[in-house]
Design a protein around this ligand. Sequence first.
Ligand code: GLU
Length: 436
Amino acid sequence: MTANTALETASARLGGLSYLNPAAPEPWASFVEQIERVRPYLGSLERWIETLKRPKRTLIVDVPIERDDGTVAHFEGYRVQHSLSRGPGKGGIRFHPDVTLNEVMALAGWMTIKNAAVGLPFGGAKGGIRVDPSSVSKGELQRITRRFTSEIGVIIGPDRDIPAPDVGTNAMTMAVMMDTFSMNRGSTATGVVTGKPIALGGSLGRHEATGRGVYITAREAGRHIGLPIEGARVVVQGFGNVGGIGARLFHEAGARVIAIADHSATLVNEAGIDIPAALEHVAANGGLAGFAGAAQLDIEEFWQLECEFLVPAALEGQISAERAAGIRAKVVVEGANGPTTPAADDILRERGVLVVPDVLANAGGVTVSYFEWVQDFSSFFWTEDEINTRLERIMTGAFNAIWKVAEEKGVPLRTAAFIIACLRVLEARAERGLYP
Ligand code: GLU
């Protein structure tokens, strides 16, 4: 049997598809296409491009737990280290019923690009469990988190790979992960995860950081094209840690947030939504459904609202080619990871809509994660002012560097961010050389 037939036989057994198959579904295919788009700009480093199109290490784990009723349930978990060329792996953990290996691979890849684009000394990683956190009890969720942490414990660690919160996880999840890892190791390792509660070595400003970064990059984009935040109409999809806080910062800066959406409702109020009241409603009720300060709207009409800033801050693939054709925003600021497909990207560009890409717009979270990790290592903690000043400096610096490359090369901001990031990653790759 030739090597190729052996591979094909193995792949047939796996259901016909290698996990790297470019014909695989979104969003990994989107990530690979985004990488391909920078090929012409890599110069001699192009010979290394293939390393970006396959994750360095992919771990799939079984997560069995005993349920409260005595039965045994199994969940599927993943940790993907896309690249470790520039430093330890870094990226969040997602708990969501639709999590797949394909999705976690893409999210890990975007972390590699994000960390390099902003200049953080990390590779890129991501993890997830295919679970609906609202369908299990608190105790069950804790057992799932502990068993998962133990299973991926063979590849994570403060100097190896550092998880953080993502969709469906929060500071409490990180507390449980930190405790489990520390118990297995026999000593407290605060730096194994970021986004922890303050009492466990968490950082001031981390909770708000992603939303703050979205706001900062929107403001910078507006500054470059003469579009002030004050008085601007803003539409936000997703009203959690990213969208909710982002909306609050726009609101505080004098913008008019005219529409918001989450898993429970899509709401519009052209006069401007009272965002602090909406946040209070969500804190009390778990979602926007039932909020009285705005009218219900059809989701497809939501995407077509005329506005200055449109902020997708939920899941991947929300701006499809069809939706892109109807978008009437001046700027799209990607709070979510991978919200715009490559085909939609092209349509938005043709239609003159400026897109601030995820790998820049939502990098505020991992930037303050980096501050948290540094603080944990040195056991010396910074003030919130210090955190926010440094975050502001890194985000505006990265924005301007990416804007400059986009102008020089006549490419969209996403391609510019990918060019900067891929050159950094591949330079490290080339300098290190192939082992053995
Ligand atoms: N999950 C966040 C992201 O997608 C934060 C990752 C981190 O802080 O490591 O960027």
